[in-house]
Design a protein around this ligand. Structure first.
Ligand SMILES: [Zn+2]
Length: 327
């Protein structure tokens, strides 16, 4: 599908093409052959194993220059799928070990690569810092300080990624308060592995305006109403949920029900090569499962850009491109 797309939920390292990671591993003589299947794709058994494979893949990325190359490789894939605006999760945990000075260097390299992609492929990228939940609240504080120091027109948001079953959202309240005070907009992974209560906790304790996934809210009708009323935006990643067996197939995914109940939904790929997906494939699979036409996807793109964390000037520019494409 060639419609222009907006993506709000993408982990930069999780979007690394396997061939790119293998190339870097060979250059650096790091043996990570165990994380690939015989066709060269990432291989894992369940979500928790996926996190391990993810961290092994990430281990080959050790310098700002590696991240610049990664950014170019990822944005080339996104642009080929018709994405014109993207927000990606970045982690000072992986970029410089939570040292502010080192983090600034990584960020600079990523940003420069993104600007080159914008000139060449017409795709705009903005960053959201995410501490890793299973690294614990103390490390999250250091990550939040890195984010606060670099908040601005490019680094626009703060979130929480990693294993949703470790700890509770309120353990991270200090970090989210710190990010909010620095002017960052907030999102949090919830309602993927945790049930509806995890969504409720994230909204109440962290005061986020978007939820990463959040799809399990569907199990609690009162919560669905609350999300609709508060205008909380869900960063829905259907292909990711199906690949990790949260739902057996696209048809069984609650995205359409959530939309019908008035919840603002957007569509993203999460960690596309891990889940054998792309934005184009997500759109195709949704069109096939639910019979959605261009009008529905146009509405999703519109919801997405309005929920984007970028500055108004950038939003207006992207909105104009959407209007032109749909004229
Ligand atoms: Zn995610």
């Amino acid at each position: 599908m060639t419609l222009p797309k907006i993506e709000l939920h993408l982990h930069l390292e999780g979007a690394a093409p396997p061939a790119f990671v293998r190339g870097l591993a060979t250059e650096k003589k790091i043996d990570i052959s165990g994380i690939f299947d015989d066709r060269g794709n990432y291989a894992y058994t369940d979500f928790w194993h996926f996190l391990k494979v993810y961290e092994a893949a990430t281990s080959v990325l050790t310098t700002p220059a590696d991240y610049a190359r990664l950014t170019r490789a990822v944005l080339a894939e996104s642009a080929a799928s018709g994405v014109i605006y993207s927000e990606c999760f970045l982690s000072p945990d992986f970029c410089g070990g939570r040292d502010v000075g080192a983090w600034r260097e990584y960020l600079h390299a990523i940003r420069e690569a993104a600007e080159e992609a914008e000139r060449q492929d017409g795709i705009t990228l903005r960053g959201i810092v995410t501490p890793i939940r299973h690294f614990g609240p103390e490390k999250a504080r250091e990550t939040a300080l890195c984010a606060a120091e670099t908040a601005g027109d490019w680094l626009v948001g703060f979130g929480l990624a990693g294993d949703e079953k470790v700890g509770r959202p309120k353990d991270f309240a200090w970090s989210f308060d710190c990010a909010r005070e620095a002017g960052l907009r907030l999102t949090c992974h919830a309602g993927e592995w945790g049930g509806p209560d995890s969504v409720r906790d994230a909204v109440r304790d962290l005061r986020v305006e978007r939820i990463g996934h959040g799809v399990r809210a569907i199990e609690d009708p009162a919560l669905v109403d609350e999300l609709a009323e508060a205008g909380i935006v869900l960063e829905v990643c259907p292909g990711s949920n199906v690949a990790l067996k949260l739902y057996p197939n696209f048809r069984a995914h609650p995205i359409e029900k959530l939309m019908e109940r008035g919840v603002k939904v957007t569509v993203s790929t999460d960690d596309p090569p891990f889940f054998h997906t792309t934005m184009a494939r997500e759109y195709d699979a949704l069109a096939e499962a639910f019979g959605w036409d261009d009008g529905v996807f146009r509405q999703i793109a519109d919801t997405s850009i309005r929920a984007a964390f970028c500055m108004e000037e950038t939003r207006d520019k992207i909105l104009k491109r959407l209007e032109k494409a749909h004229a």
